[in-house]
Ligand binder design. Structure first.
Ligand SMILES: [Fe+2]
Ligand SMILES: [Fe+2]
Length: 312
């Protein structure tokens, strides 16, 4: 089925407060934009599974390993929902999930950096799942695409469980001298990568249809602010340092170090002494993907490839 409506017919329906229910209510621009935002969401959910599984090896015991597996299972469910919606929009999801080259996947760069310990997994829950929760709550509140809006009720509840899992563990470990430094080291590389998660700043952003068609409600910078509003006070409460503070005069959260900055993925360090870099430079890093991209996508595609090889 093709999207045959004009943009103005779509906007008219939206202004009448009626949701878009399928391709028959879309214009080509709405359809392409919705595919783009859904692909980012689906890829992010799916790659979370191998990334968290890799980290779960460091679980302190079998019960905590079980809670990590429960989170992974949720992420697979979230990914399934988003790819299913893409299939209903006419996308070949078998190609998208199982045959697409790793470098073409659209999830945030942060997931390409390995989570090497239980500490890094719980910070990922507190940071990455919080980012996911903020992005998807905004979609839930504002999206004009009915099937996605309804599906997100369940997703939002599960993301809340994931981020609480991270925060409870951080609260538990932060007061211990032995754990504090390891936790601080994880946060040192993971904080700015999650600030980046929200994408280009508003003045550089290309895909303006995301707001015009009501795919989401808040801009990238507003979502980034919402994330810092939740994360920075929590970090202050548990006594872990992050390079950001509330600026009374500007009435916004500001970053206290060069940003965006150069990141060395192999050593998981920010080259802050080099000063800030341009977003064009950041895009080069994002597009080149990071160290775990091939391994994670390879893991997701392995079973399919084996089955195809047997069938051939
Ligand atoms: Fe998720
Ligand atoms: Fe999650």
């Amino acid at each position: 089925m093709d999207a045959l409506l004009t943009d103005s017919a779509v906007l008219e329906r939206i202004h009448e407060q009626r949701l878009i229910e399928g391709v028959e209510h879309m214009s080509p621009a709405y359809l392409e934009g919705m595919k783009r935002i859904l692909t980012v969401s689906a890829d992010t959910e799916l790659v979370g599974a191998p990334a968290y599984l890799y980290a779960a090896r460091g679980a302190p015991n079998i019960n905590t390993f079980g809670s990590a597996i429960a989170i992974i299972q949720d992420e697979l469910g979230h990914a399934h929902i988003a790819y299913r919606l893409l299939r209903d929009l006419g996308v070949d999801t078998e190609e998208l999930v199982y045959r697409r080259e790793p470098v073409k996947w659209k999830y945030p760069y942060a997931f390409d950096v390995p989570l090497d310990s239980w500490y890094e997994l719980i910070v990922a829950n507190a940071f990455y799942d919080r980012a996911g929760y903020i992005l998807l709550s905004d979609v839930y509140n504002s999206t004009t695409f009915g099937p996605w809006k309804r599906a997100l009720i369940k997703v939002d509840k599960e993301e809340t469980f994931h981020l609480r899992h991270g925060e409870q563990w951080i609260r538990k470990l932060a007061p211990n001298t032995a754990d504090h430094e390891t936790l601080q080291n994880a946060i040192n590389w993971m904080f700015l990568l999650t600030v980046e998660w929200f994408g280009l700043p508003d003045d550089l952003k290309k895909h303006t249809e995301q707001l015009g068609f009501g795919f989401k409600g808040k801009s990238n910078d507003e979502l980034r602010q919402a994330w810092m509003a939740a994360v920075v006070p929590f970090m202050e409460e548990v006594g872990v340092e992050v390079p950001a503070h509330w600026d009374e005069a500007a009435e916004r959260w500001v970053i206290d170090c060069p940003f965006p900055a150069r990141f060395d993925a192999a050593s998981k360090t920010w080259m802050l002494d080099d000063g800030p870099i341009s977003w064009d430079d950041v895009m080069v890093r994002w597009k080149g993907r990071g160290p775990m991209n091939e391994a994670y996508v390879g893991r997701l595609q392995k079973g399919y490839r084996q089955r195809m090889a047997v069938a051939a």
